[in-house]
Design a protein around this ligand. Structure first.
Ligand SMILES: NC(=O)c1ccc[n+]([C@@H]2O[C@H](COP(=O)([O-])OP(=O)(O)OC[C@H]3O[C@@H](n4cnc5c(N)ncnc54)[C@H](OP(=O)(O)O)[C@@H]3O)[C@@H](O)[C@H]2O)c1
Length: 336
């Protein structure tokens, strides 16, 4: 069988991913398929901050982890026929032989077959609104925070894949969405295109003063993707018994050591805030519910999405570093 290209970890990681951290390796020939296996060819590689959050666990010589949208080109599994599209954690490689089916072991989450017809929506959405970022936004907001009409919902990382969706889902549920981002371009995208009621550039504005102005009674819900100083500032502006969904803490992912528990801001105690962490995988049984509702909202024009696409497999490390710097708007992808 023909071979594959893969990007492997060339040396221990530092704070930021650098192109020299990865090297291209070729597998001359992939093994023939056994029963319960498929051969896939990558279409899009998903760039996700969690890949860097676990950087201290990655081993030199290993293929970089990550999920991708791929086409099944050969199959020895009736449930995963050739020609269909699949999302799987196959890592940074262009062709992969993978185990599928109930007994197959998958370190992250198992491959999922896409429906034959996404109702005219592009399949790359399976890595965005109709995939991990969508599930984190949908369940993390609705199940963890139980937003009520009229609530003020603040979202950090609001220009990213998860945050941009979480804020829009809040609006669909009658809440006032407030986004925190790093650039005026993202502020304009949120307020002029996505319909966020307010958005603030946290580098050029006083976030505390801005939130007290737009939520004089206090922020009801904080959907947090970044952690750190920004989250302390938001916690200070919350109302008593406000709810915080801790989706991620991307502001700490570049730290050389695994982040320690940060000092809990006194506001969490004083205001008796409720902070809940979650993983999108905990709702695996309900992913179809999210897919259905998110796809409906997209078709209705109530949920908008955007992709920042980099062309070419070999550009994956560069695009990954740019995503971690916050350069991407919406979902960051590599078109293989
Ligand atoms: N719990 C779960 O199940 C789950 C699932 C998916 C993702 N996540 C987490 O959700 C978070 C967002 O993921 P994503 O896919 O939306 O990533 P993304 O598209 O890259 O968005 C992340 C955003 O974080 C912001 N950011 C980066 N560094 C920052 C810093 N130092 N301070 C403040 N903001 C910073 C960037 O926006 P600005 O440049 O505008 O600040 C960027 O747009 C990550 O923490 C990820 O690990 C969790």
């Amino acid at each position: 069988m023909a071979g594959a290209r893969k990007l492997v970890i060339a040396r221990p990681f530092g704070a930021e991913p650098l192109p020299e951290d990865f090297c291209l390796q070729e597998e001359q020939e992939l093994p023939p398929l056994r029963d319960g296996q498929i051969l896939v060819e990558a279409l899009y590689i998903s760039l996700d901050p969690f890949e860097w959050a676990f950087k201290h666990l990655h081993k030199v010589g290993a293929t970089m982890i990550g999920s991708q949208l791929a086409r099944i080109v050969e199959s020895r599994s009736a449930a995963f026929p050739a020609g269909r599209l699949v999302v799987g954690c196959f890592g940074w490689r262009d062709r992969t032989v993978a185990d599928v089916g109930p007994r197959a072991h998958h370190p992250l989450w198992p491959p999922a077959l896409l429906p034959r017809d996404l109702g005219g929506l592009p399949p790359s959405l399976a890595l965005g609104a109709l995939g991990m970022p969508g599930y984190a936004a949908y369940f993390g907001l609705l199940d963890v925070c139980d937003p009520q009409p009229g609530d003020v919902v603040v979202v950090s990382g609001a220009g990213g894949a998860v945050g941009s969706l979480a804020g829009q889902i809040a609006r669909i549920h009658g809440c006032t969405a407030v986004g925190l981002v790093r650039s005026d371009e993202k502020v304009r995208w949120l307020t002029e295109e996505l319909g966020f009621e307010h958005a603030f550039n946290y580098q050029t504005s006083d976030v505390g003063a801005a939130l007290r102005r737009v939520a004089p009674g206090g922020v009801d819900v904080y959907y947090d993707t970044v952690g750190g100083d920004l989250s302390s500032a938001v916690a200070d502006c919350m109302r008593q018994r406000g709810r915080i969904a801790v989706c991620g803490c991307v502001s700490t992912y570049r730290d050389p050591r695994p982040p320690k528990m940060l000092l809990i801001p006194p506001a969490v105690v004083r205001k008796r805030l409720r902070m809940d962490g979650f993983m999108f995988t905990q709702w695996r049984d309900r992913w179809p519910e999210a897919d259905e509702r998110m796809a409906l909202w997209i078709r209705q024009g109530r949920l908008k999405w955007r992709e920042t696409i980099t062309d070419g497999f070999l550009n994956t490390p560069r695009a990954f570093a740019a995503m971690l710097r916050g350069d991407a708007i919406g979902k960051a992808l590599v078109k293989v």
